[in-house]
Design a protein. Sequence first.
Length: 481
Amino acid sequence: MKNRLFNSFACAALAAFATAAHAATCPGNLGTSGTPNGAFTVSNGTVTHTTTGLMWAQCAVGLTGSGCATGSATPMGWSAAVTVAEKSSFAGHSDWRLPNKQELESLVDDTCHSPAINDVAFPNTVQQSTWTSTTVQQDPSSATVVNFYTGTTYTVDKTDGGNMVRLVRAGDSYDSLLVDTAPPDTSITSGPTTGPATSVTISFTGSDNVAVARYECKLDAAPFATCSSPYTSPTLSLGLHAFNVRAIDTAGNVDPTPASVNWMVTDGTPPTTQITSTPPPDGPAIAASISFTGQDNFTQTVSFECQLDNAAYDICTSPQNLTNLSLGLHTFRVRAKDAALNVDPNPASVTWRVTWTCAPLDIDGSDGPTAEVDAIIILRYLFGFRGDALIAGLTPLQGLRTTAGNIEVYLDGIVGTQLEVFGRQPAGQPTATGDGLVLARLMQGVPDAALLTGVAVPAGAQNGTAAAIRSAINNRCAAAQ
């Protein structure tokens, strides 16, 4: 044991102190005690070991008073012992700690037993073993204890709650084994990688020239706090994260270069999209308002991209107000996009039909007009087709007028009022390349911007613009309802 090292240089100085002062059993044939009375200074419940400079609590934790005769020694597990020592303010000092193996062994008197300690300086020493802060390097779940009745040192599991605590503070160790100024080293053995996981587990270990006592961990901007391996994080936000861990040895040395790992929490889950209001499935409206919403697993808000028919997707917001829709089927699609740029792979969609109800221009009387039937008949009529040529290739017709004869009669009756779109002044007859083409385009759903492309607007026309023409015809259609 280390205290035998005292003998070679301390015998002369300690010769004046007799071992007979010990109440312990000291056979007398084991040499001179390395812990005579004169090696200790007792004051205010503390004992200063003049050889090492260490200050000890005279009584084991739980005992107090003269001769340590008041109370009872308190047994506890290793973790509790470390905490009790570090939190103690005994005798007005706040730097008490659990002694390491070499420090506690420096109190062992090899020349005595029952107890094997100077029982003048440390009266009423209990028979149970006393904890050290030294963790067993090969088995971190165990720590070293010293039994002062037998003078022996051995190891026990840290959960063993039957061992006592003796506090120590300050002082300089009496040899190099007791002077531990070397910090421990820390390493991470398994950690996270960039991905969608919102909670991670990190394993780590440490090494030291004596022993690692505990670890402190730090996640992102939080302060270092006591932790153990493996460490499991709380729920993490999207983005970059940093984890640091440092070992602290039994002498309180802290690893100055904590082990660290950085990683990114990414969002691999796309948002979902829902349409909340739609146009009617079939109707004459050339405008539509469509509302939609989206949900994401991380963010409260999402952006949207919309597509009408075969156009490209473009950024949009809810509601989408569509205007100048052409006649026929339309499909609107919308997809949500989250902050990680994940896009809903299954856009929400709605399909509806824009129809035009205008009785005067429903030439065959079949709930139209339509570009496929009525527009063709009007163009043929204005080009001069008569008889069966008006409806060639369009039979069988399903409306109120199904023969060339009654269709021709009907057209003769409306040619000057319903087929004329420009409002000529003075009145004039409609033409196939003017009025007829415009009517056909209206039935096809051509927007206003292209309605008059290639069409010569006659002089004196009251309806000289696409908007005016559309308004005039809509008024006629409404008046006929």
